[in-house]
Design a protein around this ligand. Sequence first.
Ligand code: ADP
Ligand code: MG
Length: 684
Amino acid sequence: MDLIKKDFLFQDIRKLRGIGSQLSKYLKKRKIEKIKDIILNLPYSETDRSKISNLNELEIGKIQTIKVNVKRLNFPRIRNLPNRIICRDDTGEIDIVYFNSREGYLRKIFPLGKWIIVSGKVNFFKKKYQITNPDYVTTIDNQEYVLKNIPKYNLTKGINEKKYRSISEQVTQNLPNIDDWLSENFIKENKLLNWNETIKKLHNTDESRNLKSESFRRLVFDEICANFLTLSKNRKRIKKTKKVKKFNNTYAEKVLLNLPFNLTFDQKKVLNEINSDLKNSDRMFRILQGDVGSGKTIVSLLSIANVIEAGYQCALMGPTEILSRQHYEQAKQIFKNMNINVEFLSGKTDSKIRKKILDNLIKGKTKLLIGTHALFQKKIIFKNLGYVVIDEQHKFGVKQRSELASKGGKNCDVLLMSATPIPRTMMMSIYGDMDISKITNKPSNRKKIITLSKPEKKINELWPFIEKQIKEDNQIFWVCPLIKESKFLDYSSAKKRYDMIKKKFSNKVGLIHGSLEKGEKEDVLKSFLNKKIHILVSTTVIEVGIDFPNASLIIIENANKFGLAQLHQLRGRVGRGSKQGTCVLLFKESLSQNAIKRLKILKNSNDGFYIADEDLKLRGFGDLTGYQQSGMKIFRFADPVLHNDLFKLAEEFIFSINNDVDINKYNFLLKLFDKADIINIGEV
Ligand code: ADP
Ligand code: MG
């Protein structure tokens, strides 16, 4: 086998000796498909088989290595009785036991009267030591193969260790000599290692378990670089030229004139950034980040007004029916008397109406189409779509983003909006291929939300406060936590709370939970919006983005079950109008030191970006449930907290090589981390 070529690493694992279709299926299930995946499957521990133990000093239950002489082989002809090989050394006797092994094979590896090495777990049966199905049996000449620390891999549960070792050693001991894409200087300066040495160390020492070791850090650096490089290549691909859009803010100024408020400094700044992108001959691919309630919608609508003025159609997509409808109502309101045709489309739109909408769209009569994912079905054809705005879409991956950019055709600009605050370290990995606009200050009419914490025992103190809120015609969210990954358990705890509150406030209470159909959920939300109910008890997170200007109080039960960033988002549901918002966090038990620290951060700050950073520091990445839920677990090895410095280094590095003539030398890196496909998806 030609192991020298580096292409070897990207071939199917079946190319290796000893892997048939059965085994390859099994490995595939564990995401080991190509030979290089074996390199990335790091050992989680190792077994010390280096010491030869005398038979009179064996410890029961431990994996040990012995050197013994084969005395007798016993092959009973009765079914279900195991084969037994009796061995000795100078200090005692042991049975090596096999179920289901062929006689011929055993006679070969246990030659009578010869000394051999056996390694395996020792147990005690009928007053005698024995090793059942030992991991290794070998001749004395070959003892070096066993007498050492042998790495343990996770999948040895399904394949025996010896088998997997024979496979992985074919790779790790025959690594092709690749030209490192990092220079020797760079490696030295940053205390990394060269690639070949890195892989050897990771598989043959305990460095794979030390996340700060040189070899592990090198692997992490490579992983981050592969990620960043993909984004920057992707960005180059997306950034294609388009027809510039010409407008004089005529529509936008009309809209502004009729608004009951002035734009904030940041809103203006961000709108300018978007406008100059629209006027530019590069296609826009921008993310607008702004905390909940920072007023992103109006910014997007103003830029939409400009694109309409420039003679193009626009699409505004929201994640849910109710949120999109809210956008629709707002758009209709601000564009009324301006002769701009705005339509709404969702999966639920009646087929007759739908037909009419599609007709208007293709004729170019409809200028702005607002709706849910339904907007991007194949059958929906615009006459001249020039701008797509997508709200609350932090769930898109690199691949989807790229596809999205191609959706609208050559002249289409794209704006994404998100309220999920991203810690700074993660910015580049998540949004690296987009330009970023940020709104950091909120409209000045907002009062700071008061955040309180309370032990659940004192829940009774809340009732008078709630009563007062209802009297003032304010509305209340009551959030019950996710208890388990079970809709039923969540439901039952929320239902209990709902019943309890309903007893006190009769018909003013509503309940929303995960087992409701989408339509039913929206009905409940609507009756809350229309103030038919005053208290809304809900299980998980309340729909993102929906504007309930009348909600002034949110109560969050078992608050330590949520991440800080999540709590901040929930808190942002209230205090959106001019009313004072209050957030009450209920806790079941007394708080840990860490919980107290986190609470303090939340109480003292209203800045989602700051909170996300602090949250990351306190929790560590492994625990960032909020991000993982939204698909943001991006790295297999890199930890944004622990390897913070490497993220920075990678950013600088990618920047420095961006115009590298020999950019192809990084292809190996991209392929290693499965990024090559992402870069090759259909031309935009
Ligand atoms: P988000 O950024 O969370 O999407 P929205 O766009 O829903 O926020 O805005 C929240 C509320 O703030 C809306 O009711 C909106 O009309 C209002 N708003 C937006 N900009 C301003 C402003 N400059 N001054 C006062 N209120 C504003
Ligand atoms: Mg919004």
